[in-house]
Design a protein around this ligand. Structure first.
Ligand code: BGC
Length: 503
């Protein structure tokens, strides 16, 4: 539809490149299920389908106080989680941004030493009594290693990267994602690295469990929702994206081989007949057989730290949506026939300052998209303010703001419809809509699903377009935010580990 504004017309043209119609959604679902099955059969497949060694989801009666740390996005969180045993919990936590130089350092030790230091600070502030008595003993020599069992905090480590898990507190990093790149860590046991850094500070802390944030979200959702329907999926749509789900152990055919190869350290409870599987769906269709691929996606990937990898994540998650938008806006500002924001030369005396976020990689945060999407005012005042704040561009015209809004809508909607491919495929492949009470319960967390307006509506519209789900099945997919999922989930992981040790 022509708008009589070249800027808006061009935005509409580009937005159409982000259309992801029903036929494509369904092609995506088929391929996703195929890759899921392949990942259950063999190691090294596109979808890693990683066994988590969690063989039962909580029921809300779990109790205890656990430490939890969470590394996996922009921040590092340390928390102490008190599970009350009645589906409720209380949590105290501290959060620090991870310095960018530690995300790409050559030395693993620098990152892990930073993490241990944050744990020490947290203990000093939030667990003062316990920590002070421990330090006194340490100084007066009244404590001999190993510490008495009751003096040690069990810590659940939420580490939200692809890890080949070898047991509840052992796992080697497969690859970094989300802008992290510390080559030395790949292939190493991340729990061991954290424990070493903790021991170097003589802290009374044992890394008891290693949990992916999606597994944590699934467990937290199960713990918090009493009733007979158990959670099926935990999914993150935040800085990165991924999901974990409850699979029938018998379908994880690669398990027999894994068990025989790692006999010594793979004790887990087989009696439930289930295993939580971390799909690692960020790498779905890395070979781009079904994923949409605009010139802006190509551009983003080529300039990323891991070209050709995490191709699904690069179209769906918060770390990348702002960057896709930035690349579109930059191209439009450089297009002589369009000159978005007055163009680079700064027509009308306005234009784009040389130090604008428009020229900086990752210069547009996903919160930009959420704010613009939520702006329904006639003068697009919030959009204007956001463009000023994040891009330092004064007085963008109404047409410029309209163009930005059209693009934000297109990029966000495609992300949601792609997310429906992943969730829909998992729901279908588990058969959960056709067994038991027929409800597929999904716990979600992350900035995109929480804050991008309409994300769930787009998801649901796409579910209805998938024949195996349809109008009726869509109503039986229950989605709820699992708040503090990774903290509570890690605590639950530490609890499972303690119980396993006690057996
Ligand atoms: C990681 C996953 C993680 C997801 C969400 C991805 O980049 O590979 O392990 O679950 O981000 O944090």
């Amino acid at each position: 539809m022509s708008s009589s504004s070249p800027v808006v017309d061009e935005a509409n043209r580009i937005a159409a490149l982000f259309d992801y119609p029903a036929a494509e959604v369904n092609r995506g679902v088929k391929e996703f299920i195929r890759e899921m099955n392949e990942g259950l059969e063999k190691e090294g497949a596109t979808l890693s389908q990683i066994p988590s060694y969690v063989t039962a989801v909580p029921n809300g009666t779990e109790k205890g106080i656990y430490l939890a740390v969470d590394l996996g996005g922009t921040n590092f969180r340390v928390c102490s989680v008190h599970l009350h045993g009645d589906s409720t919990f209380s949590i105290s936590q501290s959060k620090v941004a991870i310095p960018r130089e530690l995300m790409v350092t050559a030395h693993a030790k620098e990152l892990f030493a930073f993490l241990a230091l944050q744990i020490e600070r947290f203990l000093q502030t939030h667990m003062a009594d316990h920590f002070t008595s421990h330090v006194e003993k340490r100084q007066t020599g009244h404590v001999t290693e190993p510490y008495a069992e009751e003096q040690i905090f069990d810590l659940g480590f939420t580490f939200s990267f692809p890890v080949n898990q070898h047991g509840i507190n052992k796992g080697t990093l497969i690859r970094w994602t989300k802008g992290f790149d510390i080559a030395e860590v790949v292939g190493q046991d991340v729990c061991g690295l954290l424990q070493e850094a903790i021991d170097a500070r003589s802290l009374p802390v044992r890394v008891a469990a290693l949990v992916n944030d999606t597994v944590g979200t699934l467990m937290a959702r199960s713990y918090c929702s009493p009733g007979s329907t158990r959670a099926l999926i935990g999914a993150i749509f935040g800085t990165g994206t991924n999901g974990a789900y409850v699979e029938k152990l018998a379908r994880v055919t690669k398990m027999a081989k894994i068990d025989s190869e790692r006999e010594s350290d793979t004790s887990y409870d087989k009696s439930t007949g289930e295993m939580v599987i971390n799909v690692e769906w960020g790498s779905f269709d890395n070979s781009l057989t079904v994923l949409p691929n605009t010139p802006y996606d190509v551009d983003l990937d080529e300039h990323s730290v891991n070209p050709g990898i995490q191709m699904f994540e690069k179209r769906v998650s918060g770390m990348f949506l702002g960057e896709i938008l930035r690349r579109v806006l930059l191209a439009m500002s450089r297009d002589e026939g369009v000159k978005l924001f007055g163009g680079e030369s700064g027509a009308n005396g306005n234009g784009i300052p040389a130090d604008s976020g428009l020229y900086v990689r990752w210069g547009i945060d996903t919160s930009f998209l959420s704010t613009v999407k939520a702006d329904h005012s006639e003068d697009l005042g919030a959009t204007k303010a956001q463009i000023k704040r994040e891009l330092d561009i004064d007085n963008p015209s109404l047409d410029d703001c309209r163009a930005v809004k059209v693009l934000v809508h297109a990029i966000g909607k495609r992300a949601a419809r792609l997310s429906a491919v992943a969730l829909g495929a998992v729901v279908i492949s588990t058969g959960r809509l056709n067994e038991g009470d027929g409800i597929a319960d999904v716990g979600v967390d992350g900035s995109v699903v929480e804050h991008y307006p309409g994300f769930e509506d787009y998801l649901r519209a796409a579910f209805r377009e998938i024949p195996e789900i349809g109008e009726e099945g869509e109503k039986r997919i229950r989605i709820g935010v699992a708040k503090d999922g990774s903290g509570v989930g890690a605590a639950l992981g530490a609890l499972v580990a303690r119980e396993t040790r006690g057996r």
